[in-house]
Design a protein around this ligand. Structure first.
Ligand code: SF4
Length: 213
């Protein structure tokens, strides 16, 4: 059984695949916050900007089989004359609480490329095509390799300082300004860090600027 908050088609707004059309499959639930405002102060991750509670979004629900869920995702991918491989981004919440071999195999059977956006506290199963890890301070990072690391910056705790991640086995390293009341200052700090440390690139949440979901 898969618990899904919502499924929608849009452009990826962040990181290396910015601008790429994708179906977003948002799973319910996260292991670093309950999603309830009353728990935010005591959560491990306290700056979340996503509603991942429940199954009440567009396309959300409980899916009893991988086939059912993949069928629903397929309905969101446009039919085109050219055969463009469909792309699904599994996100959350924390997608690795639910993404399993059955679902990965079923997506691949239907020719999907699979991306995930994970907080990195759970090891990813085999055969995911694009792994984006966004480490959170005060959590234990278990997924220490992948395609891109996308670090929200700055995080107050020293355990999320960028230099602690720079030797990990990723192809791309992004800093993404923390979107709170200090977004302007956080963006400035991120730009300065990238300019001083060119291993890191700036990732902007372009979907927010463009008004995309
Ligand atoms: S780990 Fe990600 S989904 Fe979970 S609370 Fe933090 S930002 Fe939100």
């Amino acid at each position: 059984m898969y618990s899904v908050k919502e499924i929608y088609y849009t452009l990826q707004g962040e990181g290396q695949h910015t601008g790429r059309p994708a179906v977003f499959l948002r799973f319910s639930g996260c292991n670093l916050w309950s999603g309830r405002e009353k728990d935010r102060e005591t959560a491990i991750c306290r700056f979340c900007d996503t509603d991942f509670r429940g199954v009440n979004g567009v396309g959300g629900g409980k899916y009893s089989t991988a086939q059912d869920l993949v069928q629903k995702v397929i309905l969101n991918w446009p039919k085109t004359k050219r055969n463009i491989a469909p792309y699904v981004i599994c996100t959350g919440g924390e997608p690795l609480l639910q993404l399993d071999k059955d679902l990965i195999d079923e997506f691949h059977r239907k020719s999907f490329e699979i991306g995930i956006e994970t907080n990195g506290t759970i090891r990813a199963p085999e055969n995911i095509d694009w792994i984006c890890v966004s480490p959170k301070a005060s959590s234990i990072l278990k997924q220490t390799s992948g395609n891109e690391i996308k670090l929200v910056y700055p995080q107050i705790e020293k355990s999320a300082a960028p230099h602690l991640f720079q030797e990990l086995d990723f192809d791309y390293f992004f800093l993404q300004p923390l979107d709170d009341d200090n977004l302007k200052l956080n963006t400035k700090a991120s730009i300065e860090y990238c300019l001083k440390n060119p291993q890191w690139k700036l990732s902007i949440q372009s979907h927010k600027i463009l008004g995309l979901p």
